[in-house]
Design a protein around this ligand. Sequence first.
Ligand SMILES: Nc1ncnc2c1ncn2[C@@H]1O[C@H](COP(=O)(O)OP(=O)(O)OP(=O)(O)O)[C@@H](O)[C@H]1O
Length: 249
Amino acid sequence: MSSEPAVLVRNLEKAYGRVWALKGVSFSIREGEIFGLIGPNGAGKSTTLKILATLLPPDRGKAEVMGHDVVKEPEKVRKLISYLPEEAGAYRSMTGLEYLRFMAGLYSQATGKDAGEMLELGIEIAGLGARLYDRVATYSKGMVRKLLLARALMVKPELAILDEPTSGLDVANAYEIRKRIREFSSEEGVSVLVSSHNMLEVEFLCDRVAIIHRGLIVEAGTPEELKERHNAENLEEVFMRVSGGVVSG
Ligand SMILES: Nc1ncnc2c1ncn2[C@@H]1O[C@H](COP(=O)(O)OP(=O)(O)OP(=O)(O)O)[C@@H](O)[C@H]1O
């Protein structure tokens, strides 16, 4: 394992008009770790993830993926990452299998990786069994999310950027998705950046977390370190202490 971080973010700032979404965000992610960016609605999670995914330019500061600058070398970064947006959909008229096959074909053209291998892995990660032969339009929200997660992970990116992967899912579906992310990361050694406003669920998933609040990182460390540091039972309590109980974005 090299000493270069998978992700390096330094003093990132971003404004939408007069709203400063990021006011100097810094953190780094080690290779192979699952890193959680956690915070309430409007804290700046999606903005940070979009910048790392090269979809949004920062106003100031820098962001690198495996040593490549997201602004200066977006093409290189795009080859290293996969990105699961918060509000993503899959083509509803395709079956799940057709969708995965179609996406594997596209990735294969872009990266030269074997489409058959990707598809096989995608089918395994999606875990939808015979429902893969049904049209996406007939899927529940949890099934669509599993399909999209499979699409994001089957390419075995160096870094998977997953924006609220379990948002809006019931307990069982959220549990399964977290389990799959964990298993996949440990089997493939893939680095994962996951965002969540559910601070309890990330304790199970993440090796390290950073708490973002109103565009600033207010705490970072392993869940255990943070709980110990703040004499808290869980990360929700840690958040309430570091934010002074002020939760609005
Ligand atoms: N396209 C946009 N135009 C204007 N303001 C925006 C835009 N996108 C985000 N913002 C604002 O920037 C801030 C950060 O938003 P962001 O979506 O990054 O937060 P978040 O932590 O991902 O929130 P959520 O958990 O609700 O998805 C918020 O104040 C939000 O209203």
